[in-house]
Design a protein. Sequence first.
Length: 276
Amino acid sequence: MTAITAARFERPRAKAENMAVDLWEWSTPQPDRQTVLEAVFALPYRVAHDRTVDTPTLPVKKNRVQYKRMLEHSWGITSADGARQMMEMLIAGDMHTASSDAVLHTAEMLTGEFAPQEWRSQDFAKRRRTMEIFLEHLATSNWMDPKQLWTDFDHWIAVRTHPSFANVNAPSVPATTRAWDIMRVEMTGATAALVGLITPEEYSSYASRAVAELQKHFRSWADAAASFWWGRAIWSADTIRDNADDMQGELQLFDHILTEALIDPNSPWRRFPLHA
C-alpha cells in the first residue's frame, strides 16, 4: 500500500472572489454522502457531463454516439467486458501509475540537484544519463518496457526543465500519481454507463471501489488533486514538450475546476471531505 501523502494543491482562484461561480448544482439539500462521493471522486470529468453533482450516472440519449466514439477511439472500448477490464486496470493503478511515479520522482531528484540555470550544463547531462541507466534497471526489474520508460522520462524532462514550466504554478509534488489512473474510471466506466454498455448499478460498484482507493492513498481531495495534476502532466508531455504555448494551456486545463472544487464552500469536495 502506498503511503498516504500530504501534498498540497494551492493556487489562486481563477476568478475574483466576488464573481458568482455556478458549477455545483445539487438535486437535494441533504444528499447521501456515499452517493456524492461516487459521483464526484473524479470531479474534473464529472462537470463536463452536465449533471447535478449528486446524481448517479444514468443512460442518456443526447450525445450517445459521441460518447461511444470517445470510448472506442480513445480507449478501445466497444463492449461491457472492455469497459470492465479497463476499470479494473485503472483502479489497480496498472495503467500509468508505476511508470509515471518513476518518471516523476527521478525527474524531481535530478532537477533538485541543480539550479535551474544549470539544467543545460554538461554536469546536468552527465547526471541525467546516470538517472536514465537507473530507470532502465528499474524497468527491467519491474516488468516495464525500458525503452518506453526512457522515452517518457525524456519527454517529461523536456517539459519539466522548459522555462515556461515555472509559470504553470504546479501544486506540490505528490508521493504518487495514482489518482490520475483512479479518476479516469469516471471517463471510462461512467461513459460506458451513459451509453448503456454497463448498468448504472454496475458502474456504482466500480465508483465505490475507486473512492475507496482514493481514501487508501490520499489524506484529502487536495492531495488527490495534486496527484491527478502531476499524473496528467506527465501523460501529456509527449504532445506539449516542444511548444511553450501548448504546454502552459494544457497543464493548466483543469486548474479552474480544481481550484473551485477545493475553495468554493458549495463544492462537493468541500461539503463532503474525502475522509469523514
